[in-house]
Write a protein that binds this ligand. Structure first.
Ligand code: CA
Ligand code: CA
Ligand code: CA
Length: 277
């Protein structure tokens, strides 16, 4: 008979091997109050991607990833630059002791790219959640280079893909909705190419190495979108992109307790009357 202690020892040895090679990298899960976000870091076989954003138990996100092109080359997932490291942390321990922040670093030649995500959930049952992101690009080399970066987002609000609508409501402000469930993204710099499309646009183009085409008009269905920024970085240059993704509403209001109690007392009163009659 196999000893449980031996099995535990084998498992422990396997875990040491796995952590040593990094090839068994598992997604990072961030949690905060009513929300959780899952992210493939890009350390291992999978591209770097946030692929789940649950708010009060409802899935809202299929994909949020970054694509990068250097000096006019093909766009590729940010992990293709080379994974440097990841850190998770808790930034609001008094409110919720779970890890709510993730910092990822990628680098290739003189380019260092940092992508940080910070999750702030709302109170349980509120339907509200906020996912802030900051992306910085540094030129640590001695020569200029051009870099283009795209943030691609495919939300399926309320866990349903086909019934959303998305619009660029003003420069730097995207709004997507499914009934009373509303998502807003505010991004800076606001001067960017915005492509709104029906899945698999614009993902298919990005996966084949192409950048975005300006298409900022309202679309409805299984919507997705990309935002592209183009920069020339001189030696020592740093650019910072800031984004705030927010979900609100869509809560089915339960029958107010007062109404329920009034209904109950009315039923009891009717019963009492019938008994008396
Ligand atoms: Ca926390
Ligand atoms: Ca939907
Ligand atoms: Ca979608």
């Amino acid at each position: 008979m196999r000893s449980p202690i031996l099995l535990a020892a084998v498992l422990a040895a396997l875990l040491v091997l796995a952590s040593g090679t990094g090839s068994f990298a598992v997604p990072v899960t961030l949690v905060d109050r009513n929300s959780s976000v899952e992210v493939e870091t890009g350390d291992g076989a999978f591209p770097s991607e946030a692929f789940s954003w649950q708010v009060d138990g409802t899935e809202q996100l299929t994909s949020n990833q970054l694509f990068v092109s250097i000096d006019g080359g093909a766009f590729q997932n940010v992990a293709s630059l080379g994974f440097v490291g990841s850190q998770v942390s808790d930034t609001n321990g008094f409110v919720d002791p779970g890890d709510d922040a993730l910092a990822l670093r990628f680098g290739q030649g003189p380019l260092v790219l940092d992508w940080s995500l910070l999750l702030r959930g709302g109170q349980d049952g509120s339907g509200a959640s906020d996912l802030a992101q900051i992306i910085t690009l540094d030129n640590t080399g001695m020569a200029d280079f051009d870099v283009s970066i795209v943030q691609y987002v495919d939300l399926d609000l309320g866990g349903t893909a086909e019934n959303d609508a998305v619009a660029l409501v003003s420069p730097g402000q995207i709004e997507q909705s499914d009934g009373s469930l509303v998502f807003q993204e505010a991004f800076t710099p606001a001067d960017a190419i915005v492509e709104l499309g029906i899945f698999p646009d614009p993902l298919q183009a990005l996966l084949s190495g192409q950048g975005l085409v300006s298409a900022p008009d309202l679309v409805a269905g299984d919507v997705s979108y990309g935002i592209q920024w183009d920069f020339t970085l001189t030696p020592g240059d740093t650019v910072t992109l800031s984004k705030d993704l927010r979900i609100e509403g869509g809560i089915t209001t339960p029958e107010p307790a007062l109404t329920g109690l009034m209904g109950l007392s009315l039923a009891l009163a009717l019963r009492a009357r019938r008994r008396r009659a």
